[in-house]
Write a protein that binds this ligand. Structure first.
Ligand code: URA
Length: 237
């Protein structure tokens, strides 16, 4: 037996707060009867739940946070190179999880994996402007115009225009943090090349409002908490 709101939120359809609102307005039916109390317990395998006119087939999704080490490709399999899925438990390797967006092989830090394909699609859509924050170090001090050029949308590789990015440099300008709302291939490396510099290390430290868990060693992972899943769901279309 399971609470109705838990069942619906675990399917990645809406957050518990949204579900409570929908329930109050009569948008949830269990076996054809309106249920206004979202904490009501039901058997998700046996009851037919209708959410805003849609009959739900019970299916739970899994969400994982991984602290990616260098040397691993952002893939679910690879014949030659170590890949991120190998870092999960044998059980989690069989759940159909895949990375939400890619990190370069030499980039470390926060990677989210899920088997909720529609949510992953929404999170990656450029329309959604999901923030991704990275900590970086550089080969030499960054030019003083970097903040302004990145904020106004820098042109990389002599043509491609990036979306506005926020940059906060360390005092010595040999590193800092940068916030992007899109994910072009090698975007930060190419941005720094456009500024006559080179990335030495790159680590993702935040995805949306979810920071990298400092308690996770490189290569370690855990499932997301309910609160973290709610953050992801708040970015659904
Ligand atoms: N930008 C890059 O250049 N590499 C990454 O892995 C992520 C962002």
């Amino acid at each position: 037996m399971m609470r109705i709101d838990k069942m619906i939120s675990s399917m990645g359809i809406a957050s518990r707060r949204e579900i409570a609102k929908v329930a109050k307005n009569g948008g949830i039916l269990v076996d054809g009867i309106v249920v206004k109390d979202p904490s009501r317990h039901i058997d998700p395998e046996k009851s037919t739940v209708t959410y805003l006119g849609r009959v739900l087939r019970y299916q739970t999704f899994t969400y994982v946070m991984l602290n990616k080490p260098t040397g691993y490709v952002s893939a679910t399999e690879d014949t030659r190179l170590p890949y991120v899925l190998e870092l999960l438990s044998p059980e989690h390797q069989k759940m159909g999880l895949f990375p939400v967006g890619r990190l370069d092989r030499d980039t470390t830090g926060l990677m989210i994996l899920t088997n909720n394909g529609t949510l992953a699609h929404d999170l990656l859509s450029p329309k959604h402007h999901v923030e991704k924050e990275y900590r970086f170090t550089l080969e030499r001090p960054l030019v003083s115009c970097a903040e302004e050029r990145l904020l106004e949308g820098i042109t990389i590789d002599g043509g491609e225009r990036c979306k506005s990015a926020r940059l906060l440099c360390d005092d010595d300008r040999m590193g800092g943090v940068i916030v992007l709302t899109e994910g072009k291939y090698h975007e930060i490396k190419r941005m720094m090349e456009a500024l006559d510099n080179r990335i030495v290390t790159l680590e993702r430290i935040r995805f949306a409002a979810i920071p990298l868990d400092n308690a996770l060693a490189r290569g370690a992972w855990r499932e997301l908490t309910e609160e973290e899943i709610t953050v992801l769901l708040s970015h659904k279309k």
